[in-house]
Design a binder for this molecule. Structure first.
Ligand SMILES: [Zn+2]
Length: 82
């Protein structure tokens, strides 16, 4: 697990940094997903423009994310089985 978290730290990008790899990125603060082409600059999170925004590549994320779980829960809103 320590190995994995170390690896994850390496793929965090900060707003203002240049993207070196085309892909889908999500904000650590609230999970907003963006598609960013190579050479573009990482933006601020649209929900938190005053904060430093960290972006992680979806492609590098191999474990279920809390964001996804929240999303699934919302989709099943009203389902008594939850
Ligand atoms: Zn945010």
């Amino acid at each position: 697990m320590i190995f994995f978290s170390d690896r994850m730290e390496n793929v965090v990008n900060q707003n203002g940094e240049e993207n070196t790899r085309f892909g889908v990125y999500w904000s650590v603060c609230c999970g907003v997903e963006i598609v960013l082409a190579e050479g573009m600059t990482f933006p601020h999170c649209p929900n938190h423009p005053k904060l430093t925004t960290y972006w992680k590549s979806v492609a590098d994320e191999k474990i279920p994310r809390a964001v996804d779980l929240t999303r699934i829960t919302k989709k099943k809103d009203g389902d008594p089985a939850v």
